[in-house]
Write a protein that binds this ligand. Structure first.
Ligand code: CA
Length: 226
């Protein structure tokens, strides 16, 4: 899981980053509102920790602009105690939760975990790609009317591929989004799991075009070029 922390107080920002990295999240930090907004609107994050008072652009504006652009990344807003009213407008402007400073790191971590578990408004529960269907509520995977049994990890990998159809995903993308809490990924782990998936998704259907494709030198892609 990849997180963005936008906070102008370097000390707080850096200690949040350090703590989250110890929890095996990958974390980007921005100390400025406009820069944070640029990152949040161009990079893919699984959640954003956003301070309210920031130079450049404040947290409320960032929140509002991201939601206007249909970017539904979960946002945890950080506010000072005196900014109570801003908290409420923060939630109205699309923040998912807020935390009052000063806070214990454990509290921040608990809130982030809760946000990451919560499916965002745009997340569909049933994903379809050509003749493949994946149901994220009951973990059913069906291709060409045949039910396919996947392990938990294979399922997460396929879910991530199906949420990004036609997009080239690097091994790093997959590692960052699928292998969240496992810290012991070997260089061939991703290849190995893509191999397991192919054996279940593509191999039993030799008359069909393979769905999982290697883009040499870059990574993997769900779907073909034509
Ligand atoms: Ca601040």
């Amino acid at each position: 899981m990849r997180l963005l922390v936008v906070e102008d107080e370097h000390k707080i920002a850096n200690s949040i980053k350090k703590g989250l990295e110890q929890e095996t999240y990958s974390v980007d930090v921005s100390y400025d509102g406009s820069d944070g907004y640029d990152l949040a609107s161009t990079e893919e994050y699984d959640a954003i920790v956003l301070d309210l008072m920031l130079p450049g652009m404040n947290g409320l504006e960032i929140c509002q602009k991201l939601r206007e652009q249909k970017i539904h990344t979960p946002i945890l807003m950080l506010t000072a105690k005196s900014e109570l009213e801003d908290k409420i407008s923060g939630l109205n402007n699309g923040a998912d939760d807020y935390l009052t400073k000063p806070f214990a790191f454990e509290e921040l971590l608990a809130r982030i975990r809760a946000l990451l578990r919560r499916p965002s408004a745009t997340l569909q529960t049933i994903l379809k790609f050509q003749d493949l269907t994946l149901d994220t509520t009951n973990f059913d995977v069906i291709r060409n009317k045949t039910k396919i049994v996947l392990s938990k990890k294979e399922f997460s990998l396929l879910e991530y591929l199906m949420r990004n159809p036609g997009k080239v995903l690097t091994k790093e993308n997959l590692a960052n989004h699928v292998w969240d809490y496992d810290s012991d990924i070997l260089p061939n782990t991703i290849e190995q799991y893509v191999g397991y998936l192919r054996n279940k998704i593509d191999k039993p259907f030799p008359n069909k075009k393979p769905l999982i494709n290697t883009v040499r030198g870059f990574g993997y892609k769900l779907g073909t070029d034509n």
